[in-house]
Design a protein around this ligand. Structure first.
Ligand SMILES: [Fe+2]
Length: 345
């Protein structure tokens, strides 16, 4: 990864995703960006769409100022907030497709439901260096694996997660909303993000309890770093009520949660697992932090992806968000493992 040069393989990789999403000249396509967006990806998206005969238009919102608290990797973009941005939302609702190149993405944005309800499909391209995106082209087998996994999650009454480090979590899956993301979408009114390869369930309020123990090699993607010392999370009524641990990782999480000062930031956002064989656990060591939003790490095959923060299905919107991919866990649905000691079954 050197500099900001557009390579032919970048354009080809973006075009492949757009082709998989069945984007064509017959459609109106908006590119949603913000002033702070990764410019090279905006340019690549335009070139790739042009290859497909599409004439996209740009919608660019000003990047919102950060509050006193540093918030990142939330998946809850704030760029559309406020009456001043209402025309942008209207334009997105009028378009067939939105290519989302905001820094955070619209996955948990409060405006998402309204835009999808208009029939718009949203292709989020994660804020990653294009070299990393190009490593994960659309994979039809991944789509089938994700759809099968999502079906199983939807049918399940209970999810349990255990690990040799002492995790023992139970999720009541009744009424949970499950989403399968394989990286692209050709269905009106849906959102996909690239890279994909994740099944996530948004549990109802009050349905998660137990203990999760983060171990060295697990990740905290808010910090974009590997955990190096154990962190024990106690969950009651789907909230993290205690963060225990002697090391810097536990100290960081306690400090950040306190700074967010929002009980919803400690509540469960989503639970699920990664399925993408092209996503690598060691990827975070190969990139500067500025080059990644960590989406690849969320999709590593066999991880347990646990997250706190915004849960649109439980009616909670908050900027605080921890995405914590955990390795080596056993995930079972109604007693049948789907991931065993971190290995996808
Ligand atoms: Fe998340």
């Amino acid at each position: 990864m050197h500099g900001e040069t557009i390579e032919g393989y970048h354009v080809e990789a973006f075009a492949e995703i757009f082709r998989a999403s069945d984007i064509g000249p017959h459609e109106t396509v908006a590119i949603l960006a913000e002033t702070g967006s990764r410019g090279i990806n905006v340019a690549i998206a335009e070139l790739a769409l042009a290859q497909l005969g599409v004439r996209p238009f740009r919608l660019v919102a000003p990047t919102p100022k950060m509050g006193a608290m540093i918030v990142r990797s939330t998946g809850a973009s704030r760029v559309l907030a406020g009456a001043a941005m209402a025309p942008l939302v209207a334009a997105m609702k009028a378009a067939d497709v939105v290519v989302d190149l905001t820094l955070e993405g619209l996955m948990h944005a409060p405006q998402l439901g309204e835009i999808l309800a208009a029939g718009t499909r949203i292709q989020v391209i994660s804020d990653e260096h294009p070299d990393m995106l190009a490593r994960m082209p659309p994979d039809p087998a991944l789509k089938e694996a994700v759809r099968a996994a999502a079906r199983r999650a939807r049918e399940a009454k209970t999810m349990t997660v255990t690990s040799p480090a002492g995790s023992d979590l139970t999720v009541d899956m009744a009424g949970a909303q499950t989403v399968g993301i394989w990286g692209w979408t050709d269905k009106p009114g849906t959102l996909a993000h690239w890279p994909g390869g994740i099944v996530v369930s948004f549990p109802r309020a009050g349905t998660v309890a137990g203990r999760l123990v983060l171990s060295p090699g697990d990740m905290n993607l808010t910090y974009k770093r590997y955990v190096e010392s154990p962190v024990a999370l106690t969950l009651e009524g789907d909230r993290v009520v205690k963060v225990e641990g002697e090391g810097v990782d536990a100290r960081l999480m306690r400090d950040t949660l306190a700074a967010w000062g929002d009980a919803d930031a400690a509540a469960v956002s989503h639970v699920g697992w990664g399925l993408n064989p092209a996503a690598r656990w060691d990827a975070l060591t190969m990139m500067d932090k500025a080059d990644t939003n960590g989406t690849e790490l969320r999709a590593v095959a066999g991880n347990f992806l646990f997250s706190t923060g915004a849960n649109e299905f439980a009616g909670r919107f908050t900027e605080g968000h921890f995405d914590l991919p955990m390795m080596g866990c056993t995930i079972s649905l109604d007693g049948t493992p789907v991931v065993e000691y971190g290995r996808l079954l």
